[in-house]
Ligand binder design. Sequence first.
Ligand code: 8DG
Length: 146
Amino acid sequence: MRTERANESGQTERRDPKVVVGAAIIADGRVLACARSAPPEVAGMWEFPGGKVEPGESETAALVRECAEELAVRVEIGDRVGRNVRMAHGRSVLKVYAARLLHGDRPKALEHSALRWLSAAELDTVTWLPADAPIVAALRPLLAAD
Ligand SMILES: Nc1nc2c([nH]c(=O)n2[C@H]2C[C@H](O)[C@@H](COP(=O)(O)OP(=O)(O)OP(=O)(O)O)O2)c(=O)[nH]1
């Protein structure tokens, strides 16, 4: 997926969208939902832990790094969940992967204002960031089967 825009000379440039990765950490039929603490426009809305993939970094490495930074946990990354979701008019794309906690680690809210483990039936009890809607829909059967 690419975005096109005209540069100063009026020529069309193509740019790859920035990739944001999220981890759907699943344990005992529940997924970890995290409440954003910032910026103010989205504070209190819920998301999957993760963030932007840095230049030269793999998506898996970015997820492992973000889970360590945000939650102080070690994770194993599994299959993709749901489809690529375009954000910011195509300037970025959200990709979510299933993940499992390793070594008995327990998430701590180092950067979020709250954490909740949600079952399939509880997925709609929080207000997700809008881009997460198709991912949450794809998660429901996975949780029910876990
Ligand atoms: N981590 C995460 N970001 C999401 C989700 N859904 C969604 O729309 N986003 C958006 C929110 C932000 O605009 C963007 C992620 O940016 P971020 O600020 O968390 O990224 P980052 O940790 O790399 O932070 P930074 O570069 O701003 O320091 O993606 C989601 O489920 N998880």
